[in-house]
Design a protein around this ligand. Structure first.
Ligand SMILES: NC(=O)c1ccc[n+]([C@@H]2O[C@H](COP(=O)([O-])OP(=O)(O)OC[C@H]3O[C@@H](n4cnc5c(N)ncnc54)[C@H](O)[C@@H]3O)[C@@H](O)[C@H]2O)c1
Length: 460
């Protein structure tokens, strides 16, 4: 039974929302994430036990005060603790036994070498595992701390199983549900997440989370545990990338006496190519007649104006690393007869200037590969001007490598690098590749399960 060692009496204010359900919930770690979760879950009608190793935080909550400073949290904490629905304790085992679902919100700070310090999480996993051993009912543990992908399955789950003597996904549930709140607007963010996303080891774990958050007006998405972990990590990296981008553009604009806010406002006003899923799919390197040269010029003008823009200046190096990765994947196979589907910098053009596929071809030729290339858009006789000069400088004997059709490229090749995606070519590839051939996919081919070959994706 849930007991209460928080204040039993006091002004019980009307909490103006209907309970989504009335669950018994424990929260481990009462920092920014845990304290907000505790207050909001209690506000939503649940009975909540908060656990922390810091007695000061527990005393503050018992005194109806928030251990963190956030807009609205003091009032909310006062109300929910006053309601009697909140209890706090240092006894992790008892908290788990008294509840049906546990949210783990302990810190995962940086270790000295930059890795995540999982000490708190793993120690807690031992305690939770030991407490599960004597619990008869099914219990769900939901990790909300940000962890590197694979942490739950490779570290937390084995500890829980070892200390409980129970089977994960059968006797207890384990889920990862990333938290999207931002300090400063955490209650609002808690109530209005972009979506609720959960990866769980069993249906019951996922349903337990759905039940607690079903009142939120957002999509409820279910995915794998490792995807959910990677999603949170990617979101934080993306936020950092966006801030850095805006700041570097801002500094360059400032050095040119241009209104940086106006520039970024207009960048964001393009919701087709800029603030959109465009260019946000894992695939191959960028190239063509615009991005590389303009990035070079931007880095140059920044240097000239003494503006340090490490991120913008590193984009071409990162792009080259991606090309190197493709070349390495091919060379590692030790099969010198390589076919390339596609040569131009993207599907639907014959522009070869700064095409990353041209760079791959050049490198492979240098490594002694026997290359065959088929690109339906590229015909040597039609290449003119700068396009022709570029290819003459990089692959002067391109004419002898170009195949007239897909079959003559595929048939003799041991490895096929797919850098072009068209439905007719996909079908042609499916009907022609053999089990002894490798296909390295740069374009995320649809229906790749239908390829009867040894398949590898460039970054999937
Ligand atoms: N702060 C944010 O805005 C935010 C947002 C999303 C996700 N996250 C992630 O959530 C996690 C928690 O972040 P935070 O900012 O709330 O951390 P925090 O450092 O403010 O709080 C962590 C709490 O865990 C407690 N704790 C440590 N070991 C414990 C144990 N064994 N049992 C019980 N409690 C224990 C600590 O005493 C502390 O109060 C981190 O992984 C963080 O990356 C944070």
């Amino acid at each position: 039974m849930l007991t209460t060692d928080g204040p039993e009496s006091g002004p019980l204010e009307v909490i103006d929302r209907l309970p989504a359900s009335n669950r018994r919930i424990s929260i481990f770690g009462l920092g920014y994430v845990g304290a907000v979760s505790l207050a909001c879950l209690a506000r939503d009608g649940h009975r909540v036990v908060g656990v922390d190793i810091d007695p000061v935080k527990l005393d503050l909550i018992r005194a109806r005060k928030s251990p963190i400073l956030e807009e609205g949290i003091q009032e909310l904490m006062r109300d929910v603790v006053g309601s009697g629905r909140v209890r706090v304790t240092q006894d992790a085992a008892q908290a788990l036994r008294d509840t049906e679902i546990s949210f783990v919100c302990v810190g995962t700070p940086s270790a000295a070498n930059g890795s995540q310090d999982l000490t708190a999480l793993l120690r807690l996993a031992e305690q939770l595992g030991a407490a599960l051993r004597t619990k008869r009912e099914f219990h769900t543990i939901v990790v909300r701390s940000t962890v590197m992908p694979g942490t739950l399955e490779s570290k937390v789950e084995p500890i829980l199983e070892k200390f409980s003597g129970k089977r994960s996904g059968v006797d207890f549930g384990l889920a990862f549900q990333p938290e999207f709140l931002r300090e400063g607007s955490s209650i609002r963010d808690y109530d209005h997440p972009p979506y609720t996303i959960v990866g769980g080891n069993c249906e019951r774990a996922v349903e337990a989370v759905r039940d607690v958050f079903r009142h939120l007006e957002c999509r409820f998405l279910v995915t794998g545990i490792r995807v959910a972990e990677a999603l949170k990590m990617s979101c934080n990296a993306f936020h950092a990338l966006k801030i850095t981008f805006a700041n570097e553009i801002g500094r360059i604009a400032q050095s040119l006496d241009i209104d940086s806010h106006e520039v970024m406002r207009l960048v964001c006003a393009d919701t087709r190519l800029n603030i959109s899923p465009a260019y946000l799919k894992p695939g191959f390197a960028f190239g063509g007649s615009c991005l590389p040269k303009d990035l070079r010029a931007l880095a140059q003008i920044a240097r000239q104006n003494d503006v340090d823009v490490p991120m913008l200046s590193s984009l071409l190096a990162s792009n080259r690393a991606h090309v190197d990765h493709a070349v390495e994947m091919i060379l590692q196979l030790g099969r010198p007869r390589v076919g390339m589907l596609g040569l131009s910098f993207k599907t639907g053009t014959d522009d070869l200037r700064e095409s990353p596929l041209v760079m791959v071809a050049k490198r492979l030729i240098g490594e002694g590969c026997e290359l065959r290339i088929f690109d339906p858009e590229v015909q040597l006789s039609r290449l003119l001007g700068a396009n022709r000069s570029y290819i003459d400088a990089n692959i002067p004997h391109l004419g002898s490598l170009l195949c007239p059709d897909l079959a003559s490229m595929v048939e003799p090749s041991e490895v096929i690098l797919v850098g072009l995606q068209q439905p007719a070519l996909d079908a042609g590839l499916q009907s022609r590749v053999r089990p002894d051939q490798y296909v390295i996919d740069l374009v995320n081919l649809p229906n790749r399960d239908l390829l009867n070959c040894r398949y590898q994706g460039i970054c999937w």
